[in-house]
Design a protein around this ligand. Structure first.
Ligand code: ATP
Ligand code: MG
Ligand code: MG
Length: 476
């Protein structure tokens, strides 16, 4: 039997507002427990929530960026459940009338373009956090996170593999950062994912029963958890069993998913409109105002990079994967005033190689865009060869300093003086009569030997093109 996987993601993006969604308490990460929870976040009697306009602005910005409908009227609802870190006994969320509906996002997987539907995106508040590690026989409650604004972004069940799910999540991650509505910090939980997974026999139109894997906070875990879940469900079905609808947790240490609660034990949230909050009305004027603040979006930037810089699909995709990367590249091109493809290569291959080796993001690069540009300029004007440039780049990375200083100090300037190169070639030919005879007898491969000798003699500094040309002439 051939199986098809169906996946829908619910992604929680923490909105980058300074204060909470219904109170003025700060949202900064990492403060002492319970120092950033005010009476409203604690759910004390008699308090009233007041909606944060910035959170609404960010939700609208997101909706516009995915071509969605912005609801003129949406409603906040109470989602009721009991949990120690939820002092009110309910979470304020949106249910049947979300602020954003029917958007889409295009992704690229193995060179294939796919469009993924986004059912809706709604505003809600986060809960607090239960702490188990520092307390023996107790559970600590930290309510700093309670009331932090979240945008829950729910996809259609349009994804067909773990790979597609990761591509979608990465694209969304890049988008919220482009829009500056979420810092995207996955370690701090600012961007996390619940993955709904089911399988069905290939060709069947009806969906299989889904399991929901909660709270995945890295791309790698999403991929592993989904693949694990697919295998688990197929095994059950092939053994004649039935998948049950349930919530599961992914254990990254054991690389397995475990049942958290089944449908029978599932929460009955008894949603109802929150009587403390008026329906959220959004005017077309507000929408226009937000529209005017939209930056150039990733897909548009990618297409512009292709047209303006003559980059390939792949290069344009990689260089626009994040706003920071795109800005870095454009600064290099501008400052180097040189070949955009050469610049792309030095950013994507050479610099990215060093970043990956040290596990750094482009924003933490030890060489800034202007520094890299000055190196590229020296390749373009033939002061140094590409090979020597790699050596200079490593020195810049490890020891700091400018390209020009390093080239000067280490005497790396390319030898372009024809006379000087010729005299080196003469010496090498004189010292290797046997090889010369063999070459002249037709052993063409020996050309490389002479190039190698000349490069060795000049410590790699002979201009490669000139050297080749002169060698060919002299060896004839
Ligand atoms: N059969 C299915 N297989 C895989 N994914 C599915 C299937 N049916 C629905 N989904 C996906 O499951 C997700 C459901 O999310 P939604 O927020 O609507 O409800 P929920 O998970 O029941 O509620 P909660 O927000 O309380 O977790 C969507 O992303 C949807 O595309
Ligand atoms: Mg949901
Ligand atoms: Mg869910």
């Amino acid at each position: 039997m051939e199986w098809e996987t169906v996946i829908g993601l619910e992604i929680h993006a923490q909105l980058a507002t300074r204060s909470k969604i219904f109170s003025g308490a700060p949202t900064a990460y990492g403060a002492e427990p319970n120092t950033q929870a005010c009476a409203i976040d604690l759910g004390l009697p008699g308090v009233l929530p007041v909606l944060n306009r910035e959170a609404v602005r960010m939700a609208v910005k997101f909706g516009l960026a995915i071509g969605a409908e912005i609801a003129p009227v949406s409603v906040f609802a109470r989602k009721n459940y009991f949990y120690p870190d939820l002092p009110k006994g309910y979470q304020i969320s949106q249910y049947d009338l979300p602020v954003v509906a029917r958007g889409k996002l295009s992704i690229n997987v193995d060179g294939k373009a796919l469009t993924i539907g986004i059912t809706r995106a709604h505003l809600e508040e986060d809960a607090g956090k239960s702490l188990h590690e520092d307390f023996h026989g107790y559970t600590g409650i930290d309510l700093n996170r309670a009331g932090t604004p979240l945008l829950e972004i729910v996809s259609e069940p349009d994804l067909r593999s773990a790979k597609e799910a990761v591509a979608y999540m990465k694209k969304l991650h890049a988008l919220v950062r482009y829009l500056e509505i979420c810092d995207g910090n996955m370690q701090e939980g600012s961007f996390r994912c619940d993955a709904n997974v089911s399988v069905r026999p290939k060709g069947q139109t009806k969906f299989g029963t889904r399991a929901e894997i909660k709270n995945l906070n890295s791309f790698r875990f999403v991929e592993k958890a989904i693949n694990h879940e697919i295998a688990r469900q197929i095994e059950i079905l092939e053994g004649g069993g039935e998948v049950i609808q349930e919530t599961r947790l992914y254990d990254s240490v054991k690389d397995e998913t475990r049942s958290m609660r089944s449908k029978e034990e599932a929460n009955d949230y008894r949603y109802f409109p929150d009587p403390d909050l008026l329906p959220l009305e959004i005017s077309s004027g507000f929408i226009e105002e937000v529209k005017a603040t939209l930056p150039e979006l990733p897909d548009a930037k990618r297409d512009r990079f292709k047209a303006q810089y003559g980059l390939s699909d792949y290069d344009a995709e990689v260089l626009t994967a994040s706003r920071e990367m795109a800005d870095f590249y454009e600064t290099v091109v501008r400052e180097a005033a040189g070949d955009p493809k050469l610049c792309a290569n030095w950013v994507m291959v050479e610099l990215s190689g060093l970043l990956n080796k040290d596990g750094l993001e482009i924003t933490a690069s030890k060489i800034d865009a202007a520094g890299l540009a000055s190196l590229v300029r020296r390749i373009a004007d033939a002061t140094i060869s590409g090979k020597i440039a790699k050596q200079v780049l490593e020195t810049m990375w490890n020891e700091g300093g400018s390209a020009d200083d390093i080239i000067e100090r280490q005497g790396l300037k390319q030898i372009t003086d024809t006379g000087a190169i010729e005299s080196i070639i003469d010496q090498i030919i004189a010292a290797n009569p046997e090889q010369l005879a063999q070459y002249r007898a037709g052993k063409d491969k020996l050309f490389g030997f002479f190039v190698g000798q000349a490069m060795k003699a000049t410590q790699g500094k002979a201009n490669p093109a000139q050297l080749n040309e002169l060698l060919k002439k002299k060896l004839q």
